[in-house]
Design a protein around this ligand. Structure first.
Ligand code: ZN
Length: 133
């Protein structure tokens, strides 16, 4: 299974929890593991609080300070910052599945982290678990 995400701007956290749960609803696995993988080198996957949007805004603001966009980079494409942030977070997540849905905590949301948008991003969803008997 896979789906696409259209990101709105250069840096963004896009909540994809509902899209993942929609994919899981089509899977026969009701209890197991869900692996999410995004096939890019300038985006990442991360779990962040999704209730207060200021949490995501603060995260992006401070990531820009952690890895400044105008840093001293050898990569000349202009998106070295995005490659570094993608590598820091990583492009995959594994989350437990319970009752056919992501077993997230009350305040957790699965986000696609865009570091070089706006673009269309791909997310692969792979499930692992015992099938219902
Ligand atoms: Zn590049």
């Amino acid at each position: 299974m896979q789906f696409t995400v259209t990101t709105p701007q250069r840096l963004a956290l896009v909540d994809i929890t509902d899209q993942v749960n929609a994919a899981l609803a089509r899977s026969a696995v009701k209890d197991g593991l869900c692996n999410l993988f995004t096939t890019h080198t300038t985006a990442a996957l991360v779990i962040v609080e999704n209730w207060d949007p200021d949490v995501a805004a603060d995260l992006l603001h401070h990531l820009e300070k952690l890895v400044p966009r105008d840093g001293d980079f050898r990569h000349a494409e202009g998106n070295a910052q995005a490659h570094i942030l993608s590598a820091l977070y990583g492009v995959s997540l594994t989350v437990p599945i319970r009752d056919g849905q992501l077993a997230l905590g009350r305040w957790q949301g699965v986000m696609l982290a865009e570091f070089d948008g706006p673009r269309e991003r791909h997310v692969l969803v792979t499930t692992l678990g015992a099938l219902p008997s």
